[in-house]
Design a protein around this ligand. Sequence first.
Ligand code: SF4
Ligand code: SF4
Length: 425
Amino acid sequence: MSESAYREMWEKLDLDLAAHDGLLEVLGKFYGDIYLSQKGRLNGAEYLDFVLSEVHGLRIKELQDAKAQGKKVIGTFCVFVPEELSLAADAVQVGLCSGADAGKELAEEIVPRNTCALIKSFIGFKLAKLCPFTESCDMIVGETTCDGKKKAYETFGEHVDNMYVMEVPQRKEASDRELWKSEVLRFKDSLEELTGVEITAERLKEGIRIVNEKRRALQRLNALRAAVPTPISGRDVLLVNQISFYDDPVRFTENINKLCDEIEERIAASEGVVPEGTPRVMLSGCPMAVPNWKLPWLIESSGAVIVGEESCIGTRNSRDLVDESGETLEEMLDNIADRYMKIDCACFTPNDERPQNVESMARELDVDGVIQYALMFCQPYTHESIKLDRRLSEAEIPVLGIETDYSMEDAEQLKTRVEAFLEMM
Ligand code: SF4
Ligand code: SF4
């Protein structure tokens, strides 16, 4: 599609074209510095570069084409929203922008300043008319995870059409599971009403299969990246995880499996993207939504390699599959409810699974250290970071806690701290 056709499309979506041009320019430069400058990238990274270069272009055109065919677009902010159901209702589910501080000042007019950068980002993108994904949505699904998000959705809902909020329980008792199952059913009914498509057992089985295949491809990638020498950079794997929320799931799975085939060849030839002996670091904590690449870039440009991300844009989203043995609609809905209840988000209390998962992941990946990442003002993850710090220290796994936001103002200071940590490891 030509540049002028894209501009026409963005104009129809009521984007602020001048501000949007500025955003794409900054993003392009940032991507060039952080991604395209890497040496020894896999050929399969071309897929990542292409998706990113067309994230506001071709992908948006695909969404518009889907809408012209009568399909609906569902926007989400959290891994609790079951994509299996959206696919079964013949809808397209996409993650919404929340990884850059564009529009921050506008966001701070309607939410407190001491709100995390992720929340300010999705509000800022909407108010500054910068996000073609948000503008393409027929329904935007929020969720009652942390307090910041649930209050922000009240205000955000005044600025978008068709805001829908799922209630996510805060504990994991039997009654919480019951509540969550009823929310899964309510979401199913709302999707059916919006799309006019009945979610049958046959349709849901296919939705479960497609999303499981996507998660299997991510699991395969996560297993392969652990090889020594490390065959793929942490930045590229983070990008794969970020793209998993935007691209068509079938196309994504196919391309990531091809990337994994190439990684297997690299492993067989004992080739790495960094020399053997490069310090291995694991990231743990808040999700890093696109284009939040600051910390991974600082870590990897300081001489380490990231071999795992324990976050929702990482293993927390791909670790568990939906049991595919269900045959009736009821069985499948139960299996979906069970799978999502395994998510160990810091919003749960108690949340004993997460420290266990972090420690065992660090051991399995044989990391030299863990960097805990929390967005400033994120209560759930900063609280858990204190406990996790203690647990990892007791297990003699070096750990560094970083609290930051999306601005680059602290980049130098963070780099100094990361370098000191790498030396200490
Ligand atoms: S960290 Fe919690 S609230 Fe955020 S995406 Fe993950 S599950 Fe949702
Ligand atoms: S980063 Fe923390 S405060 Fe921000 S939305 Fe996620 S859980 Fe809430």
